[in-house]
Write a protein that binds this ligand. Structure first.
Ligand code: PLP
Length: 449
């Protein structure tokens, strides 16, 4: 018998230890491996191979927006339906049209405001492919318009704290400190990092405007290809952007013909509440939107980009992906959109997100080791600090994260000293209450109370 949620368990358990040991021996290094080895999942509940129960409050990095186990049935049925009625699941959606992806594209384009009218759809199987597709589309447009300018004279702007993926090119436009650590050196263009204008941080907002002004002056607007951003940074620490700063950025981009690229890989599909996309919560339009994670229902890697006609590729063959636009991806995407609507996931995410924020603030807000509790929808971050200096305290944050695991709550680290909560959008009030209670215990353990 393993431990129930809220009861202490030693990690890894004996079966978990055997598996993680072998895993570490055989698998190439990726992320630091969790001591929790999942055996079975249902809704928000996870049971590990040693029989311990957990509340899964990270959705596998914001992937299982719809929950696990039986909650996945609609998407599995949709896949079965494609298989039984057409016999094709993967069928080179670059060359061969299919009704599944066509329907998904129509629906998604209808709910995605893109500058200059309806966008165009490109499906792929990793968020980072969407990111690189967007960068390439922007660069190719500029090249068509001004072929004499060399790539090394041109610039992409990104934000401090940003994360856009781990390929060479995408990791060139992430937070500078992380970029240096993971060898993001793969762009022929220059990159310019600007301060992220965190909501409520007037100094950062002023610095952001200054940085944008300085970039325009240094490079000249004609050489700035695009600005890529997450309107709520995920890996950076669940940082919502300041609305006024974002509207300022939109105006700058519009005035100077600079592409605005919204990376919604982590924030999309109602994660941030209210609407399918976080950027529309701020009332802006974007030239390109990139999506992934939650789009695939926790069933398949369904990712892609929605691009304005102006920024779309011009010649056939300039861009494609073997599995892009395949019927199986279309079927799952259709189900994602359908369930998002019928379960009113936007409203649910907003309502439950407000409840989670409220409960957290009541339980641990005001403590000397809490720097901030923030978020949008069911995307919430708790930032910890040293009570004396007020500086972010990564050790405290790590201790809380690990102690939560020991008591049956799975969260994710983010930024310097942030615990990130992104539960499936089907999470209940009771599950939130249990999670908050575990977090409170974990904070007390970390504080040595
Ligand atoms: N963009 C953002 C905002 C992300 O959080 C991530 C992954 O965490 C990516 C892009 C890359 O997505 P993928 O890991 O599917 O390539």
């Amino acid at each position: 018998m393993g431990a129930k949620v809220g009861e202490f368990r030693k990690l890894p358990g004996s079966k978990g230890r055997r598996i993680t040991r072998e895993w570490n021996r055989l698998m190439a290094k990726t992320l630091p491996l969790s001591p929790v080895v999942p055996d079975y999942l249902d809704g928000v509940c996870l049971v590990d191979v040693d029989g311990n129960e957990y509340l899964q409050f990270n959705s596998g990095i914001s992937v299982a927006n719809y929950g696990y186990g039986r909650k996945l049935d609609p998407a599995i049925e949709a896949i079965k339906d494609v298989y039984e009625t057409s016999g094709m699941l993967m069928m080179n959606g670059g060359y061969y049209a299919n009704s599944y992806m066509l329907q998904a594209a129509k629906e998604l384009l209808d709910i995605t405001p893109i500058r200059g009218g309806r966008g165009r759809f490109f499906g792929c199987t990793a968020g980072v492919v969407g990111v690189e597709s967007a960068m390439k589309a922007v660069a190719m447009k500029r090249d068509r318009e001004n072929p004499v300018v060399r790539p090394e004279e041109q610039v992409f702007i990104h934000m401090a704290g940003a994360f856009h993926g781990r390929t060479h090119a995408a990791s060139s436009i992430i937070d500078q400190k992380k970029r240096e650590r993971i060898h993001g050196l793969g762009l022929p263009y220059q990159i310019c990092e600007v301060t992220f204008p965190l909501q409520g941080d007037s100094e950062a907002c002023a610095q952001f405007k200054e940085d944008i002004g300085a970039a325009l002056e240094k490079f000249g607007p004609g050489l700035i290809l695009g600005v890529i951003l997450e309107v709520v940074q995920g890996e950076g620490g669940v940082n919502p952007i300041d609305k006024e700063a974002l509207l300022f950025l939109e105006r700058v981009c519009l005035n100077f013909g600079i592409a605005l690229i919204a990376d919604e890989v982590q924030t999309g599909f109602c994660r941030c509440g209210g609407e399918p996309w976080a950027y529309t919560l701020y009332g802006i339009e974007s030239d390109i939107v990139i999506f992934g994670k939650g789009a695939g229902y926790g069933v398949l890697p369904v990712c892609g980009m929605i691009v304005s006609e102006a920024f779309d590729f011009q010649e056939y063959g300039e861009h494609a992906a073997t599995f892009g636009n395949d019927p199986i991806l279309g079927a799952v995407l259709n189900e994602s959109i359908k369930q998002m609507r019928s379960n009113k996931l936007g409203e649910r995410s907003r309502e439950m997100g407000e409840y989670l924020l409220g409960q957290l603030r009541e339980a641990i807000g005001g403590q000397p080791w809490i720097r901030d509790i923030r978020g949008l929808g069911l995307f919430v971050g708790i930032e910890f600090c040293d009570p004396h200096s007020g500086d972010p305290d990564p050790e405290f944050s790590k201790k809380v994260w690990k102690t939560c695991e020991n008591y049956g709550l799975l969260t994710l680290p983010a930024g310097l000293a942030v615990n990130r909560l992104a539960p499936p959008l089907c999470v209940s009030r009771e599950e939130i209450d249990s999670a908050v209670s575990i977090l409170k215990t974990a904070c007390q353990v970390a504080a040595g109370c």
